[in-house]
Write a protein that binds this ligand. Structure first.
Ligand SMILES: C[S@@+](CC[C@H](N)C(=O)[O-])C[C@H]1O[C@@H](n2cnc3c(N)ncnc32)[C@H](O)[C@@H]1O
Length: 265
């Protein structure tokens, strides 16, 4: 994992090189629409008002829960007691990005959605609300965390989410045997190079032309930058958008020449 200073330098580089936030000079109509109609959509959707109080509640929750640590940096499975508020502060995707994913789902209307890494389910709730007709599968290894996420889904009245509790190694093949193809995938757990590339390879076998895959924290560490570089170089990826804290890949064959964008967000 990069230090805060290294990350700041990286961010500055990205920011100076990326296309401006309005998309001036972006020649792809597809990406221009993404910028104008999704990224820069400023509407205050009712879902934002429904979901954000739950985030606030988690951020203020001083209770402790048991957490198995599966992610980057942990080669050995450790179980720790951790404070909900601290976990929420460090692991939930900030509202800016969760709401961007909400707008992506609202716009592209994927019918099958997969999330690797539920945490307390805040982003899951955004994905599920954006298209109530979609089936959302979300995977979380830490049992108490998954339980808490499920409570949040119930509180929001969301019935289109299935949460799979267990390590990705086990639950990912299980979910892929139930749902063969996914339209939209958010990979937000186990931020290491080899697992990320393994998930990507597996997900490609369960994707189609219109599938969208979003990777979290693509510049978080050298390993994740290597994983992201390998992903966007893959022949199946025809268009990629780097927003620094997340990376989005499209597999559409209509894009004859591979295009890689970096856009300010
Ligand atoms: C960054 S958090 C997910 C945040 C969530 N997507 C959001 O936007 O609010 C990553 C989650 O993935 C889980 N996780 C990481 N590696 C895992 C693995 N190998 N198997 C199962 N769960 C894992 C962690 O327990 C953690 O709760």
């Amino acid at each position: 994992m990069y230090s805060p200073f290294q990350l700041a330098v990286k961010y500055l580089k990205y920011y100076t090189r990326a296309s401006n936030s309005k998309g001036h000079g972006v020649h792809s109509p597809f990406v221009f629409d993404f910028i104008k109609l999704i990224k820069n959509d400023r509407e205050n959707y009712p879902a934002y008002k429904a979901i954000e109080p739950l985030r606030a509640k988690l951020l203020a929750d001083e209770n402790f829960i048991l957490v198995e640590d599966f992610g980057a940096g942990s080669t050995v499975l450790k179980t720790n007691k951790r404070q909900v508020s601290r976990m929420a502060a460090s692991s939930l995707k900030p509202k800016k990005f969760a709401q961007l994913l909400f707008r992506m789902v609202k716009y592209y209307q994927p019918a099958s959605i997969l999330e690797l890494g539920t945490s307390f389910g805040i982003t899951t709730a955004y994905l599920a609300t954006a298209n109530p007709a979609a089936k959302v599968h979300t995977l979380e290894g830490a049992i108490d965390v998954a339980r808490r996420a499920n409570e949040n889904f119930i509180a929001l009245g969301l019935t289109n989410i299935r949460i799979w509790s267990g390590r990705f190694l086990t639950t990912l093949p299980q979910v892929l045997s139930v749902q063969d193809k996914f339209d939209f995938v958010f990979v937000d757990g186990n931020h290491r190079k080899i697992p990320t590339l393994e998930y990507f390879q597996l997900l490609l076998q369960h994707s189609h032309d219109q599938t969208i895959i979003v990777f979290d924290d693509i510049h978080w560490s050298e390993e994740m930058e290597e994983a992201w570089a390998a992903i966007i170089a893959h022949e199946a990826v025809t268009l990629s958008i780097d927003l620094f804290f997340i990376g989005i890949v499209f597999l559409r064959k209509e894009f004859k020449v591979k295009q890689q964008f970096s856009i300010r967000f």
